[in-house]
Design a protein around this ligand. Structure first.
Ligand code: PMV
Length: 313
């Protein structure tokens, strides 16, 4: 049997903008997806036991099968390779936490082990990027990169097709965040396509928002490295306003952001594709993290208490 894992991720700055070459900042979460793969005689069997994956939308199931077929192709394996795949781990199946990329990396690693392919991390990342196309259409690559390598990183997609720019960001101490789930499964592919379409139709409105997103990423990196979390939080709030501007937020996401800020979070924004999915709030200290997390839970939403900038997960 082959085994593998992939990290979940939370985008601190720049989702959607990264698809168009604006830099973004992403951190792996300390929650992971695990996979086990076993050769079999009976075609493809998937046993998905991830928490929160109950009622995993039919649409996502179709995307999951397509992603595995894309992965096999990228690995040079026959599309009808028979195997049974188990997926589990402690990363909740909330939309927006890179669950699809984490599972692709975990499955790619498990296939590599089971079939003796000995793929390097670089190849695993490439294979997972191909798999991500099934979920995101035109992905930036930020999710699979975070899922493969972990840690806190600066990511800039090479829109000309060459290698992306990936740099490790170091912060003095890991910092607490809260992730709140709207409970709504979001379709990242449709969200990414929507932004591209609206940007094309309305460049006057969209271009300044993209320019500011780039400045926010640059300022956010400096503030993170300096340990200035008040500033990081303020920039996250502004990033959320930009995301509202490109029409990817929702009533529930705005509600979660509002609760987090009211409870004293330094900043809060949607994270990931939006349109549902998750919100993340910066809550330095366990006390503040607990205050924000329990207030969100009281309103009936699920939360994940985690940290960004953990060196070794
Ligand atoms: O919703 P998620 O976890 O798949 O995150 C998507 C992030 C986007 O920036 C919207 C798309 C991408 O490929 O970067």
């Amino acid at each position: 049997m082959g085994k593998g894992s992939g990290y979940g991720k939370v985008i601190i700055f720049g989702e959607h903008f990264v698809v168009h070459g604006v830099p973004g900042i992403v951190s792996a979460t300390d929650a992971k997806t695990d996979a086990e793969v076993k050769k079999s005689e009976k075609g493809l069997v998937i046993n998905d036991e991830r928490t929160g994956s109950k009622g995993y939308a039919e649409e996502k199931k179709i995307q999951q099968i397509e992603s595995i077929q894309r992965m096999l192709k990228a690995m040079g394996m026959p599309a009808d390779t028979a195997m049974s795949i188990w997926i589990g781990g402690n990363l909740p199946g909330f939309s927006g936490l890179g669950a699809s990329a984490a599972s692709s990396v975990a499955i790619a690693r498990a296939i590599s082990e089971e079939f003796g392919l000995k793929l390097s991390d670089e190849r695993i990342n490439e294979v997972a990027y191909e798999a991500e196309k099934a979920y995101a259409g035109n992905p930036s690559g930020i999710d699979n990169t975070a899922a493969t390598y972990g840690g806190l990183m600066w990511f800039k997609k090479n829109t000309a097709g060459g290698p992306d720019l990936v740099e490790k960001i170091t912060i003095k101490n890991p910092v607490e965040i809260v992730i709140g789930s709207t409970g709504k499964v979001a379709n990242t592919k449709a969200m990414v396509e929507g932004v591209a379409e609206r940007k094309k139709v309305n460049p006057k409105k969209y271009n300044p928002l993209f320019e500011r997103a780039e400045e926010i990423a640059v300022e956010g990196r400096k503030a993170l490295e300096a340990g200035d979390f008040k500033k990081v939080g303020a920039l996250m709030n502004e990033n959320h306003t930009l995301l509202q501007g490109i029409e990817v937020s929702s009533k529930e996401l705005d509600l979660l952001v509002g609760i987090a800020i009211e409870q004293g979070a330094f900043g809060a924004k949607l994270t990931g594709g939006g349109g549902g999915g998750c919100m993340t709030a910066l809550t330095p200290s366990e006390k503040l993290q607990e205050k924000v997390a329990s207030a969100i839970e009281k309103e009936g939403f699920q939360v994940l208490r985690t940290k960004i900038g953990v060196k070794k997960i």
